[in-house]
Structure formats: C-alpha cells, structure tokens
Design a protein around this ligand. Sequence first.
Ligand code: MN
Ligand code: MG
Length: 662
Amino acid sequence: MSSHIDPLSFSRRSLLGGLAATTALIVLHPFAARATASQAHLRLMETTDIHVNIMPYDYYVDKPNDTMGLARTASLIDGIRSEAGNSMLIDNGDLLQGSPMGDYMAYKKGITAGDLHPVMKAMNVLGYDCGTLGNHEFNYGLDFMFNTLAGANFPIVCANLTKGELAADPKQDQLYFKPYVIVEKMIRNGAGAESPLKIGFIGFVPPQIMLWDAKNLEGRAQTRDIVEAARAWVPAMKEEGADIVVALSHSGIDGHGQTDRMENASLYLAGVEGIDAIFTGHQHLVFPGPKSFDDVPGADPVKGTLLGKPAVMAGFWGSHMGLIDLLLDKDGNSWKIVDFTCEARPISHRDENRKIVADVGDTLEVVEAVKPEHEATLSYVRTPVGNTSAPLYSYFALVADDPSVQIVSNAQTWYVKDMLKETEFKDFPILSAAAPFKAGGRGGADYYTDVPVGSIAIKNVADLYLYPNTVQAVLITGEQVKNWLEMSAGMFNQITIGTKDANLLNTSFPSYNYDVIDGVTYQIDLSQPPKYDKDGKVINPEVSRIRDLSFEGQPIDPGKKFIVATNNYRAGGGGKFPEIGADKVVFVAPDTNRDVIVRYIVEQKTINPTADGNWSFAHVEGATALFDTGPKGRPYAGQVKGAHIEDAGDGADGFARFRLIL
Ligand code: MN
Ligand code: MG
C-alpha cells in the first residue's frame, strides 16, 4: 500500500550512496572552490520532524530500521561540514512527540526542571546553532515543553506564539520565545581570511496548534498568522544588522492560495521581503525532489526554490538532511547572496531489488547519549499499557465484522469526536472507515493480526495499524457513504443464486481497500455485480450491492451529511473511491492513526473491541463460496458473528479453507 510516505521514493542518491560515510571521499561543494577573496561559501544544514526518532529503530515493530534516526542523520554532518567552507546546523521542530521514546518520556518518566530529555542530549552533542518549535512540541503540555527545551544548548525561536491574546500590533505581542536571533559568525572567505557575518534566524509554528492542542493551550497561548508575524519581525532583523535572514518554518508548502492563519504557509512566507532562505517541514515530504510539489505554482522542485528563494524540506524522522548552500559576496560591510544550491540528502536508498540500504552508520556519541532512554523505551513498548477484554484478530475480517477493524474505528471515532467538538462540524454524525491491513493474501498464511485476550503492549498496536498514516475526516452525503461501501464491495466476486463453492474473494482487490464503515449498518448482496471497477469507474450503474443501509435504525437519507473518520491515504483519493478526495476533507489531524490507538488504549485502560456486527452478507438462495484464511484462525471460527461459515479443510500454501453459506 502506498498510503504512507516512503522517504526513499523521493530520495536522490547522495554522493556517498552505498558507502559508509566514514570512508567516503569528500567532494568540495563548487562554491567552496569558487569563492573569491570577497566571497564565502556558507552551508546551512537542516533536520526536521525528528519526532524523538534518535535511534535507527522502529519501536512499534521492535526492530532496527535503516531509514530513520538522528543518530544516522548525524553521521552525514561531518562529511557535509568537510565539503563546505563554513556551515551551520538548525532544526525545524517536531522534536518531542511521535515515537514511543517520546511517550515514554512524557507518560512514564516525566521531565522536571533540570532533567535532560534524550532529544536534547542528542542535539547538544551535535552542536546545533538554532531551532524552532513544531506543532507536536505542545502535545504533552506547556510545562513538559518548557522543561525539555530548557535543556537545549542552542537558541530556540518562534515569532508567532503568544502568551494570551494577540496584541493589536504584532510587534507588541507577548511571545513565549524570542521571535528571532541574530548570530554573529566568523566565516572564512575564498582567500582563507575570516570576517563576521550576521545571520538571523526567525521561527514559525502552524497556528492550528490552538485547535490540535486546545486542552493544553486554551487560555494560555495564542498564535498569529505566519506571514503576518514575518512581515512584522523581519524588518526589525534587518534594522538590527542581519546580513541574511533565514526562516525556520515548521510549515509546509501549499500553492492553493494564501489564506489567513494558513497551516502550510512556507510558499507565501518566501514572498516576505527580507527573507533570504526558507527551511520548511511539517508535511513530512522532501523538497527539492520529484512528485510532491510538481504542481505548486511558485515552487521549483528541481532547483529547490519558493518564489525564487532557496528552500528545503528534509523528510522526517531523520530520513534526510536538508542543505542550503549560499555563495555570499561581501558588499562593503554587508554580505549578500550571489548564488545558491539546495539539496535533501538521504541516509538510505533502495537498491535494484528495492531493498533498503543504509548510506551511513551510527554516530556513536549520539547512541551513547541516549542509551539509557533507548533501553527504557524498549522495555516500555514491550510492557502492557492496557488490556483487551476480547481477542483482536483479523482471520475473518473479510467475511464478517471484525475486532481488529472495530478497534481502529472505535479509536478514530473517539478521537475525531473530541477534535471536532468545538468546531462548525460538531453537530454532524461521525462515522468511521477502517480496513483490515493484515489479512493473509500475498503476505502468507501467518499474515494476520492476532492479539490474545489480556494485556496489550504498545508494540501490539503496530500489528493493528501497519502504516504511519495520519487521521483525516471528510464531510460527505449519505449517498456518498453508500457509494464508498459499493466500492469496498469490489472485494468480492459475484455469487449468483444456486452457485456452489465459488471463490469469494476478488484477488486483484487489496484488502486495505476493503473499508468497513462503522456508525451505519448494512448488508452486502453478492448476487449483484459490482457497481464500480477498481479505478472507481461506474461499470454497472443500475445495480446496488449495498442493501438496507441504515443510520440509527432508519434508512439512510441520501442527502444527509456525515463526517467520516479515515486516514490521509483514503481522504486524499487513495484507492480511487468515488468522489472521495481532498475537496471533501474537513479535518487534517496532526496525529497518526497509530498514536490515536495508543492514546485510546492508554486512556480507556481496558478496551472491548468486540465487533458490533454492523455489516453482513445478504442471503443468496442456495449459494456457497470458499475463502482461505490463516489456520491459526480456526479456534475463533465459532465466534464469528453474522456470517455462517464452516471449515472446508486445507487450502493451498498453508492456508485453511472455509465455506461461507450465503
Ligand atoms: Mn511532523
Ligand atoms: Mg463494526
């Protein structure tokens, strides 16, 4: 499934590709060679959206992972510094939440004044010059954030986070952090002589933190529009003598027009006079690079510019180091930019067999610095955080309502309800769509979710939700809900009256597109052909496989509006579901579905994921069909609700075969 962002698909092979960084040949950046006596080469390095991923380790699956970890990104630093005459290192935020190590620090260990968070330990080792805040810094409350950031041995700037209400004049805002810093750095020119450069860094957080973290921020903070804050403070930086101004924008790139308090404002930020270069982030994408920003007017995804100014976005979880190289020319007493290049340099690549290959090893000082917290996190993910009073398995997810899908929808509904409770969408009914991810198929006879009754650990949650998708919600009509389900029903072959032992499942239809929608009840009539083909094109306009679709016990009103909680893949048009796409999205969550499930389990303590049986197959006279599932599902066959199944012996390739009596 391509729902999650694959950092590697965007990556450009680095010069070091395939070599360990320590043995790589250093190739000087052309600016370093080209700089004349009046010129200097300055390289700015960015990390962003680290999300407490310091070690190259995926704690959810409890396995090493070569695509992530600041300990790996850090290994690029020395090589990158040696390629340049002068360099600085900055971080663009989203440091404190998003991996089990972050949850461990917040929920289990805690930070009191004077403690050093592992992220700070790692960053302090690496010599950062400046940092800014991401939206996730607020997830555990302001006290946690301040106690953690107090440990940084580098300045942190944010120009649009205020204490209390906004002032009439942005420059009168009472800010929690310095809006900017101006760092005086001695830089070496082309002739080897040093002279001072004043470089200003100004930081921005998405204004939407007031919605996403309302419970932590209401009454204690406010946010200002990013571009508005920049227009107020950048002239002050110039007045104070900044030779160049660099924006640390924890905000992505969105070319759909500038709006007030927009979340992804980096493109329009580039239009602010006086800003010379922009570090972006938040979207977990890579810039420059192919695909993601090809259609954004004003963005050049080859050169790495926004409105002509140098810009980068360095992936996430340490997948890339963002580089902006500036060739500066001394013009009297001040420096100006005469040329630049931009690059996002990856820590890993895929070989010809699509196998992930690490391009760098670990930075041992970083690994050493966080060793105690790494070990504590390992035991944390292996320790129960809650209980399940029903087994969580996916063996029969394609023939009956299923606990492994139910738990995801229960958590999504719980979360979206809370997120929308004070918005204009609060009065719409909330449904939830979720699909079985681990349901055999090409994954094999063991490829199923299977968590027994009893304690549930964080690492089990990866088994419930395989992909690092984020939650989104769409606003659609009852008719569109029905068509969503018609599309899902493409999972099955047509089984006509009297047919015996036909194959139930359409093997070209992936199970992750078999969305079950909770909050409504319905039947699927397999005697009918599918309404849609796999591309969402209507092939049988007059037919309907979905029958008796009801909301609150009444036939659904085709014109009534519903919120449907889902993920960024589906909401963005993934799977080509009819009319489901970005134009229907009314809520883009900052959280992954997986984190939402963890939070749900932690807060509920005991979950009861028993399927509510909200869907079933309609009776087809005299018809039976066969399907295969994992043999470990046999003990649960008697618990399957709403479907009449019987053991039909062994299938191929180690699968067990069952007969569905329609
Ligand atoms: Mn992020
Ligand atoms: Mg259900």
